[in-house]
Design a protein around this ligand. Sequence first.
Ligand code: ATP
Length: 265
Amino acid sequence: MMSAQETLISVRNLQLSFGPKIIQQEVSFDLKRGSIFAVMGGSGCGKSTLLRSIVGLLRPTAGQIMVGGEDYWAQPDDRRTAINRRYGVLFQGGALWSSMTVGENVALPLEMFTSLTPDEITELVRLKLGLVGMEHAIDLFPYEISGGMCKRAGLARAIALEPDILFFDEPSAGLDPITSARLDDLILSLRDGLGATIVIVSHELPSLLTIADDGIFLDAKTHRPITHGSPRALLDNCTIPEVTAFMHRSATIPSQTEQKAEQHV
Ligand SMILES: Nc1ncnc2c1ncn2[C@@H]1O[C@H](COP(=O)(O)OP(=O)(O)OP(=O)(O)O)[C@@H](O)[C@H]1O
């Protein structure tokens, strides 16, 4: 039985810098199992940098990222690699390898990190593509499918190794509102069906309001988080000017015209 309160990752007083430039400091939050956690804030405040640090791509300049009681960045490389096996990542430019079919793209992490037989891998690839409604595209190349389908294939690849925690950086960037809404449904179904916990960076407030139940708001000016909470709670209750500006600027429901701008997913 899943505990709603179990903390999977605890970020403590994290500081992130590039050379002398501090991007964010005093970042602390707990990621609870089963939650969809939004990292919010204006452009350039350090959302992607925070994500990169949690998944092992950027060493923080201070603070800790505790994963199941282990201080992630105090671990040797091989231990960090083992912890990373629990993560599935879909980054902004999370492009598929263009010279490989969709199926081969999804098979790649299974070939690299498991000792499964080719038949077992094919079966798993079909299963993962089925979960994102893409089984029919298994033999297609990325250039033969739409942007939304590429995102879904990227998702299938991110869940190939059955991660506990999924990290999405701007998953709906470049998608029309309908395709974006379908991606939201898919993210919810991954949480509800697979029991995954999800950390999402997004500027798309309609999407965040629909799916996220917790979050943090990073401020670019003070280089610190300025509030915590679900996007809905921040929209309804937060009176901090930076937050209300962000929330109210982007809190628009897609118009009828946009909704009609159907695109093949
Ligand atoms: N490799 C790097 N070297 C130096 N500075 C960097 C590097 N990567 C990012 N930055 C800087 O760090 C800051 C935060 O960047 P980041 O991409 O994390 O912001 P963000 O909140 O995700 O932005 P956006 O919403 O526009 O994607 C920016 O000022 C950026 O220029």
